[in-house]
Every structure is written in structure tokens, then in C-alpha cells.
Design a protein around this ligand. Structure first.
Ligand SMILES: CC(C)(COP(=O)(O)OP(=O)(O)OC[C@H]1O[C@@H](n2cnc3c(N)ncnc32)[C@H](O)[C@@H]1OP(=O)(O)O)[C@@H](O)C(=O)NCCC(=O)NCCS
Length: 261
């Protein structure tokens, strides 16, 4: 199956792209810089990344490897960042790393714990926060000719702003740069939002890992791109990246040259 094959379920997306079906009356934002940018993560970001992981996966530990991955020779983590807002800084480290649920829980015990955390985190042992606020991140492992997207998540407050898609774009760009042939991943079978996003970038469902997730015995769907080095993929991918920039503005990121003017 190729991208131009009319039996290809992705053909609709690409026909739209080819015909430039984006709303012609919409003003192009592609010359405007998005508030968020992407950079490679470092160990200094770990405390924020772990808090996003807790939020994005409802506290279900993934056997977390974030700290290990950040120093792994074949790992690459990308983060979506912006400047801290004054009010966020003023609320202190405890606020910065609490998840939305943790902030909103209102039982007596939860409040007590919050106050204790506030005391410990803000006064006794404040964690070193990164220079910038982190809205989301994506982690890759490069193995032989494959790039494996091991984790991706955005903060609840920052969803549906194109950040997850931008992280995926950058993960694919970095995989191309790294000479990977394909990008693969596993995703919960019920995770419609993520599956929708991956399909948009031509990931196809190629298998199932039964009862992969230990918290509820859910299956994982294995998804893989076609060759990301192929001309076919590159031209479709470029179209999607341009569409993203038209909608959200251009995003500063590793390996990307800002538009002139
Ligand atoms: C999946 C996730 C990373 C998407 O992040 P996001 O920043 O909200 O995504 P974007 O705004 O960039 O959306 C990009 C595309 O994703 C899909 N999508 C995102 N949220 C969706 C939702 N709630 N329902 C359906 N599709 C959704 C859509 O295709 C969307 O494109 P569109 O805007 O043209 O409709 C985010 O929902 C998340 O962190 N979820 C929890 C963690 C997770 O599931 N990670 C992936 C595990 S493999």
C-alpha cells in the first residue's frame, strides 16, 4: 500500500493536503512564532517530567525510566517549554510539580498532605525546577534502524493546543536525522486520542501485546510508520508539518531553521 493508493485509509487526509483543503479564509499563522518551543531535555528537567508523567498516566507508574533515559546513550527526550508566568513562579515548586488532580483534591487528608508537601518542598528541600515551564515531553530510544517512541504526554492544562502533535513531529524529525528507518510504539488500545494522533502521521497498527498493561490487563496496540526516509513519507510529512505551522504558528525546535522575516 502506498500513500497514493486510493484504498489507503490515509488517502483522505493526504488528498485534503494535496488540494490545500485547509480553510482558505483562515489567516496563515506560519510566520508567527508559537509561544512554546522544543528543546532536548536534561536531568534538570526530571522533576517536571515525572510530574507530567503522573498527570498524563493517572499516576500509573510506567516502571519509569525517565531519569535513566535522560542519560542513556541512545535515548533522546524532547520537551515543550515556555517561560514561567509570574503567578506560577510565585506559587512555588510544590505548585509547579503538583498534577491537576493533586491540586484539586479536597479531602481533609489531601489538604493536610498538600500543606506538608508545601512545607517540605518549598522550605526544607525545594526541588530545582528547570529554567522554563514544561508543558509536555516525548521520549525516544534509538535501536538499530528503529526509533521507539517510549513515552509522550502533555499537561492537562496544555492539551489540544497542538503541543502533542509538535512533539511527535520533532520526534519523527530527530528519527530521520538519526537515520532510523521507522518509528514504532505501543499504545493502550483504549487511548483514542493518541491513536488518532499517530494515525494522522501514518502509523499503522501492526500487532497487539495482550494484557501488556499490568494495572488493568489492557492490550497494547503496536504501531509503526512506513519508512520515514522514503520520498513518499517525506512529502506527506512535510505537508502535515506545514499544516501544523499554519494552524499553530512555527515552533522553534532542534534542527529547525526559523522562517525569514
Ligand atoms: C495524546 C496526547 C499526548 C495529545 O496531546 P495534545 O497536546 O492534546 O495533542 P494535540 O493538541 O497536538 O492534538 C493533535 C491530534 O491528536 C488527536 N487528539 C488529541 N486529543 C484528542 C482527543 N481528546 N480526542 C481525539 N483526538 C485527539 C487529534 O488527532 C489531534 O489533531 P486535531 O487537533 O487536528 O484534531 C495527550 O492527550 C496526552 O498527554 N494524553 C495522556 C498521555 C498519553 O496518552 N500519551 C500517549 C501514550 S502512547
Amino acid at each position: 500500500m502506498t500513500f497514493s493508493d486510493t484504498n489507503n485509509s490515509l488517502a483522505g487526509v493526504f488528498t485534503e493536503l494535496a488540494s490545500g483543503a485547509a480553510d482558505p479564509s483562515a489567516e496563515s499563522k506560519s510566520q508567527i512564532r508559537n509561544e512554546y518551543s522544543l528543546r532536548v531535555a536534561s536531568l534538570n528537567d526530571a522533576v517536571m517530567l515525572e510530574s507530567i508523567e503522573r498527570e498524563a498516566f493517572n499516576g500509573v507508574a510506567l516502571g519509569t525510566r525517565i531519569r535513566r533515559d535522560l542519560v542513556r546513550h541512545n535515548g533522546l527526550y524532547l520537551t515543550a517549554i515556555r517561560d514561567w508566568r509570574t503567578d506560577e513562579r510565585a506559587l512555588g515548586p510544590r505548585f509547579a510539580i503538583a498534577t491537576k488532580a493533586e491540586k484539586e483534591r479536597n479531602s481533609f487528608i489531601a489538604k493536610l498532605k498538600r500543606n506538608l508537601d508545601r512545607y517540605v518542598l518549598d522550605r526544607v528541600n525545594p526541588p530545582a525546577l528547570p529554567e522554563e515551564y514544561i508543558a509536555g515531553f516525548a521520549g525516544l530510544w534509538f535501536m538499530l534502524d528503529e526509533a521507539h517512541l517510549v513515552i509522550m504526554g502533555t499537561r492537562e492544562a496544555d492539551r489540544r493546543k497542538g503541543i502533542g502533535e509538535q512533539l511527535l513531529i520533532s520526534a519523527i524529525e530527530q528519527s530521520v536525522e538519526n537515520d532510523s528507518r521507522v518509528v514504532t510504539l505501543e499504545v493502550r488500545a483504549s487511548n483514542e486520542a493518541a491513536i488518532e494522533l499517530y494515525r494522522k502521521y501514518c502509523f499503522q497498527e501492526v500487532g497487539l501485546r495482550r494484557r501488556y498493561y499490568s494495572d488493568n490487563g489492557e492490550n497494547a496496540v503496536i504501531m509503526t510508520t512506513p519508512s520515514i526516509q522514503s520520498e513518499d513519507y517525506q512529502s506527506q510529512f512535510t505537508g502535515l508539518v506545514e499544516q501544523h505551522a499554519e494552524r499553530w504558528g512555527w515552533v522553534s525546535r532542534p534542527g529547525f531553521v526559523a522562517p525569514e522575516g
